[in-house]
Design a protein around this ligand. Structure first.
Ligand SMILES: NC(=O)c1ccc[n+]([C@@H]2O[C@H](COP(=O)([O-])OP(=O)(O)OC[C@H]3O[C@@H](n4cnc5c(N)ncnc54)[C@H](O)[C@@H]3O)[C@@H](O)[C@H]2O)c1
Length: 239
């Protein structure tokens, strides 16, 4: 039996892609898993795979605070909600496109951690896994807002990991390269082609491969890593 038995995990962006695969993995590992996505309706097709589902727009900090009140404390927080944002040269990006990308990808991660960390700290155990991206380390052309938001998630995670280092709450991010998920449908073909060409293994990753890293980072077996950014990029990352 897994060491994470009976722990409660909250997974955002859980309706599909990396979030759904991570939730499935945590459930297999014995966790009680609550799945969150933009609306409860978005979770409807997968509701049966969860112990509870909720609709929350992570970019709305009041909604996030209300969610914490409704569902109570959780032991594990996996943050997979995210958007690709504008696919265009940086100087053509509109304020609204920039703001939306930052609000979901960065402010959402901030608001969720702020809401759920105090109870983890109080209980002396917690695992947080923030899904960043290789784009945050290397910067993908024509994805400036996305790359900047993910770089910020990596930095935010580093800070919080250090703040909580002796508390029993470990906070890490992961930096996937292209993973085969519905998100890639929102990526322009030439941008996707560039990203795939940068992967030495010559293929996209699978959601199961990402979920297995998430599963370890969410477990007791991960005991000496915090504030780190874990590579899962088929060899693309060089640091
Ligand atoms: N797929 C990739 O190639 C890849 C690579 C690196 C990083 N990532 C990151 O992994 C995470 C998951 O990506 P994915 O490929 O599974 O994406 P996806 O588009 O398949 O799933 C993302 C989910 O997040 C939800 N979501 C979007 N905005 C939200 C909001 N404001 N509030 C709550 N939920 C919201 C969507 O409804 C969707 O279900 C994202 O943060 C993404 O940036 C993905």
């Amino acid at each position: 039996m897994s060491s994470t038995t009976a722990r409660t995990a909250l997974v955002t962006g859980a309706a599909q892609g990396i979030g759904l695969a991570s939730a499935q993995r945590l459930r297999r590992d014995g966790c009680r898993v609550i799945g969150a996505d933009l609306t409860e309706a978005a979770m409807e097709p997968v509701r049966g795979q969860f112990d509870g589902v909720v609709g929350v727009d992570v970019s709305d900090s009041a909604a996030v605070a209300a969610l914490r009140e409704t569902i109570g404390p959780v032991d594990i927080l996996v943050q997979s909600a995210g958007v690709v944002g504008p696919n265009k040269p940086m100087w053509e990006v509109l304020d609204a496109e920039w703001d939306l990308t930052m609000r979901v990808n960065l402010n959402g991660i901030f608001a969720m951690m702020r809401a759920f960390i105090p109870s983890m700290k109080e209980r002396g155990w917690g695992r947080i896994v923030n899904i960043a991206s290789i784009a945050g380390k290397e910067g993908n052309p024509n994805l400036a807002a996305y790359s900047a938001s993910k770089a910020a998630v990596i930095g935010l995670t580093k800070s919080v990991g250090k703040e909580l280092a002796t508390s029993g709450v470990l906070v890490n991010s992961i930096a996937p390269a292209v993973i085969a998920t519905p998100m890639n449908l929102d990526t322009a073909p030439h941008v996707l082609e560039y990203m795939l060409s940068k992967i030495p293994m010559g293929r996209p990753g699978t959601v199961e491969e990402v979920a297995s890293l998430v599963g370890w980072l969410a477990s007791d077996e991960c005991g000496f890593s915090t504030g780190a950014c874990f590579d899962i990029s088929g060899g693309r990352a060089t640091y």
